[in-house]
Design a protein around this ligand. Structure first.
Ligand code: WTA
Length: 642
């Protein structure tokens, strides 16, 4: 497979960009023509970011297709024997697995039949809570094969979070494993699912894959083993499960993500636009060449895994490597061992991983076979210059371009990024918008800044095929969150600087969303979890700069009584783990008597952020504070902690 739409020179990029702005419909239609359709679209685009039903976004209207035919079937004649997925297990001593396109296709069809046998139909929601094993993408693709909507929940979330997500989407089936290996830990996934399901009346069936052989409870009539179900399909003669013909705008998946208020929202992606956008951005940003080994270190539980371990690479017929474990086990050289062992050409990872490996020192990089690497990528948070230089020098040996890719769960795919081998790099800059992406920088008054040089909030003013269509079950909330702040624009929640030459530097979230080790978490969510502890009266959570995690979580907490602060602190951490998951545990908890509030009762987070950072002055205008002595007290408490 060659990619006729692959950009090879900066001039190509400029031409493609210009065309995508001047004639977006023609631009995307030409790319869409390279995919497998049951029926071509009637019109390319219909959209409205502003009117009463906004947002309305439809791409490739009335087009019919199935994404798995594009990810699997169409590759079989030419690359059936080529590896589709290389799986590297947690334990380097265990043998790795390779699934060719033919094998992956067979397994997806088989498991799609399992889903059918268990009553799953087009449009049903299926929750997937698994570790990073090949059965996870098999389960996702099997859903897509029969038109069921998958909702993958990251393995670091608690039973309560799973239950919230299952209930919000009304899932009828859950797919899980007995457990998952992560470093020297064994996470009891099925047991966590069991705790969740106490609260989930819609779930009729749980399919359990055996990975760790941890003892699990199996409830008659509800729980079945993956392996037993496959045997049933074999006795049915392994029918070739035909792909359900889907509309271009039929939902493909829901993925929950945090915002500044309330519970996580179910971001909804649909079929054709998402497929074309992830494919286009994968092929271009990484300059993927047929036959290359591509390794994205993300977890499939996050959007990066959905778009750039699974759908982007497979739709492009690439070889995608997935890794079950963690970067620091058995030691901090694991990523580099994997690169050497599987002769990886393209490596896509996160700044937090780079910083953590940097901190372990260069001994773990020495003598590793990194010569096959050609392109490096970064995602999830701004990459600081030090991490960028380390990655460039010690991993890429100054030969490999680094693509600093800015995007979000909502955008479905990469939006602002260098194109490898094409765009001149600049450390800590995501550089230029990809073709099809029309950014706008907004000033304080809510107006778009007309000059190229600009600092403000980042919006996008024209639809792109990969964008989300709504938040599941609550279109109103989608409009309020993303389209009301700047009428006519999609608001990203990020701040940015645009330089004279049009290069973008993303400066981070301007709302109450934290980015902790590349995981997106809302401060309100964490506060709600802390407040569930019986001794807690009120709390306020802010982020603070953290050398490895990017941002750490700092909680100011008021308690009714505090007999043993250390014990209460541990209780609170345990509560947060229960309610959200271990990823949301505060790094620091400071007990306070009062929170700094305005006369109207609003917490002045700005002041708390400064104090959390250890900055004890320059609080700005504090005249609206109800009681200025509160600040003094919190400052003293902070000083006593450090
Ligand atoms: C941040 C992850 C700077 C940003 C794909 C965004 C980045 C949020 C970058 C989305 C980058 C992601 N430079 N910031 N290259 N990539 N971000 O939804 O704040 O988990 O809004 O999607 O991560 O996080 P999400």
């Amino acid at each position: 497979m060659s990619y006729p739409y692959q950009i090879r020179t900066f001039e190509d990029y400029q031409k493609a960009y210009q065309k995508s702005v001047e004639n977006p419909e023609e631009f995307w239609a030409e790319i869409a023509a390279h995919f497998t359709w049951h029926k071509k679209w009637d019109r390319v685009l219909e959209w409205d970011f502003k009117g009463p039903g906004a947002p309305i976004v439809k791409w490739f209207i009335n087009g019919k297709l199935n994404i798995t035919e594009n990810c699997l079937d169409r590759h079989l004649p030419f690359r059936g024997q080529q590896p589709a997925i290389i799986w590297e297990p947690n334990d380097p001593e265990e043998h790795y697995r390779v699934l060719t396109y033919q094998q992956l296709y067979d397994k997806v069809c088989q498991f799609a039949q399992v889903l059918k046998n268990n009553g799953v139909k087009k449009g049903d929601r299926v929750c997937i809570y698994m570790g990073m094993i090949p059965e996870l993408p098999i389960a996702m693709l099997a859903c897509a094969r029969i038109g069921a909507i998958h909702s993958v929940v990251f393995g670091g979330f608690s039973a309560q979070s799973i239950a919230d997500r299952i209930n919000d989407a009304q899932c009828s089936v859950v797919i899980t494993c007995d457990g998952a290996f992560r470093g020297n830990k064994d996470v009891p996934l099925k047991s966590i699912v069991d705790d969740a399901l106490v609260q989930c009346p819609t779930v009729k069936r749980v399919i359990v894959y055996t990975r760790t052989r941890t003892p699990v409870s199996m409830i008659k009539g509800r729980d079945v083993w993956w392996e037993d179900e496959l045997k049933i399909v074999e006795t049915q003669g392994n029918p070739k499960c035909p792909a359900e013909v889907m509309d271009a705008e039929d939902p493909l998946y829901i993925l929950y993500t945090s915002g500044s208020t309330g519970k996580p929202k179910g971001v909804l992606h649909t079929t054709a636009g998402y497929m074309i956008y992830t494919n286009y951005t994968f092929v271009n940003v990484f300059n993927y060449q047929p036959g290359e080994i591509y390794f994205c270190t993300a977890d499939i539980g996050w959007v990066t895994g959905h778009s750039y371990i699974l759908y982007g690479p497979l739709s492009a017929g690439a070889t995608t490597l997935m890794f079950e474990g963690i970067p620091t086990w058995p030691d901090a050289g694991r990523f580099w061992d994997i690169v050497g062992k599987h002769r990886v050409n393209i490596l896509y990872t996160a700044p937090t991983a780079i910083r953590s490996l940097m901190a372990h020192g260069l001994d773990f990089v020495k003598n590793k076979k990194l010569d096959t690497l050609r392109v490096l990528g970064s995602v999830g948070e701004p990459i600081n210059e030090e991490a960028w230089q380390w990655f460039y020098e010690h991993i890429g040996k100054k030969r490999c371009p680094i693509v600093d890719t800015w995007w979000q769960t909502e955008t479905g795919g990469i939006m602002i990024s260098p194109i490898a081998t094409v765009t001149p790099m600049r450390p800590s800059y995501a550089t230029l918008p990809l073709p099809g992406v029309q950014p706008a920088v907004m000033d304080e008054k809510g107006q778009e800044i007309p000059t190229t040089e600009a600092t403000g909030n980042l919006c996008i003013k024209f639809p792109w095929p990969g964008m989300f269509r709504t938040t599941w079950g609550d279109h109103e909330r989608c409009r309020k969150t993303y389209f009301d702040p700047y009428p006519g624009y999609y608001f990203t929640g990020d701040g940015c600087i645009r330089e004279k030459d049009g290069y973008y530097r993303i400066t981070g979230r301007v709302d109450d969303v934290l980015n902790v080790s590349g995981h997106r978490i809302g401060t309100a969510e964490i506060e709600n979890a802390i407040n569930m502890h019986s001794d807690v009266v009120e709390s306020a959570v802010v982020g603070f700069p953290h050398p490895i995690k990017g941002q750490g979580i700092y909680a100011f907490v008021i308690c009714t009584h505090l007999d043993d602060p250390e014990l209460t602190r541990k209780d609170i951490l345990e509560t947060v783990s229960r309610v959200i998951g271990p990823i949301a545990k505060p790094d620091k908890i400071q007990f306070v008597k009062n929170l700094p509030k305005t006369r109207s009762g609003k917490i002045m987070r700005r002041i708390l952020r400064k104090i959390a950072e250890g900055e004890m002055e320059n609080f700005g205008d504090t005249t609206s504070l109800l009681d200025p002595s509160v600040v003094e007290e919190i400052k003293q408490g902070r000083l006593a902690m450090s």
